[in-house]
Design a protein around this ligand. Sequence first.
Ligand SMILES: *Cc1c(COP(=O)(O)O)cnc(C)c1O
Length: 489
Amino acid sequence: MNFIETRGNDGKNPAEVTFSEAILSPIASFGGLYVPKELPALGKEFLEKHLNSSYKELAKDMLTRFQIDIDGAVIDEALALYDKFDDASNPVPVVKVKNDLYVSELYHGPTRAFKDMALQPFGVVLSSIAQKRGENYLILAATSGDTGPAALETFKNRANVQVACLYPDGGTSDVQRLQMVTEDAKNLKVIGINGVFDDAQNALKHLLASERFKAELKEKNILLSAANSVNFGRIIFQIIYHIHSYLELVRQGEIAMGEKVYLNVPSGNFGNALGGYYAMKMCIPVEKIIIASNENNVLTRLINLGKYDLNGHGVVSTTSPAMDILKSSNVERILYDMFGDKRTKELMNDLDTKNVYELTAQELSTLQEVFAADYCNGDEGKKYIKDTFESGYLMDPHTATCFKAYETCATKEYVTIAYSTAEWTKFSPTIANALTGELDASDIDALEAISQEAKLSIPSMIAGLFSKAVVQKTVIEKEQIEEEILKFL
Ligand SMILES: *Cc1c(COP(=O)(O)O)cnc(C)c1O
């Protein structure tokens, strides 16, 4: 299966690329993204076949249907990393929370956030492609807190790959920062920036597009790639757990095969939601994909009003920082799928030049056939955390945003699968505040308080962070990023 471009082809880029090529250079003509030329049609037959499959068997078959240019043995090695999740036989538990609301827990991997679902296997795939080609890659990652730790963890000491990871200093939780700055491996460089996540992401986009930077790398015999969620090598692994979650509900007897569900996704860069969209197109029956946001509610406004408008909207810091994003990159792949490459190019050009694009009434109704959206502010989120804890389930502030959208958008009699994207351990001060009212607890104090209150132990990979040496100490202005990275190489 080959890949084509969301904004059409400029006549200079190849008209189609392989999966490996789309992974290695994820930015396409006119600044667009790569998408599969077509999706494998899996249908009900695929669901029935995998009703009793393990996560890995399901994943292997789905990846095989994509006919990507990756050896079966490499795919097996990549999928074997799910064996290191809390429960090797079920890396993604789906838990009933109340009535017709279920939570699919995507955080049982090494860094306790859902980024592991895709980045764990992606690290193996990318390193193996690089080795096969005899090439060396610099992976640039920009993180609002969870991608960074997961990218560092997956590429640590892998052959033919170095990582430079940019994060907004002060824009992540202590745990997230410690997960990055304590990563000690020769092929990893962590850089704090005085700025917000969009500054880090813009710097990354700028470097990826810079011919001069690429030329400097070339002199060192290094090529450039990115591990952000625009990379299809991540998206492909994010389709699987949506199919798995659906099958889990059938297995648990909660729905009948073929029955529709709501998918309810806490969204930032829209990778998770896009995975759900592809899963829906390929096989699972979905009534609507409900997009939950925080106060940075640009997606809510797009889906409800048809306008992607950044004018007058700066990023605000919230209690769900992994969703503090205004330019939600993967929405572009939905635009492409619904409206084609010419229209996508037009809309994305409007966004670049005018900071806004507007859908026609007809386009908006096409979008609303699939998506619904709402946002949840920090106080509402804390109330959901507290109330839900009192009825027996502990969740993080990102997951909590889904609960509001569930109430307002899941209006029909279908079961809802909400996705839990982080463990409580990653955002403990907010949760402690929600549960006990305590303000400004440090991460470690909050972890201990919640651990006692909820009678849950702190997993060793989190508890151990506080006594680990900080080895990554760089914090700089965004103008210095390029120089700093070249120094590291
Ligand atoms: C990355 C992340 C999100 C947003 O996911 P997208 O795929 O970027 O929409 C939500 N919650 C948490 C905890 C995350 O780490």
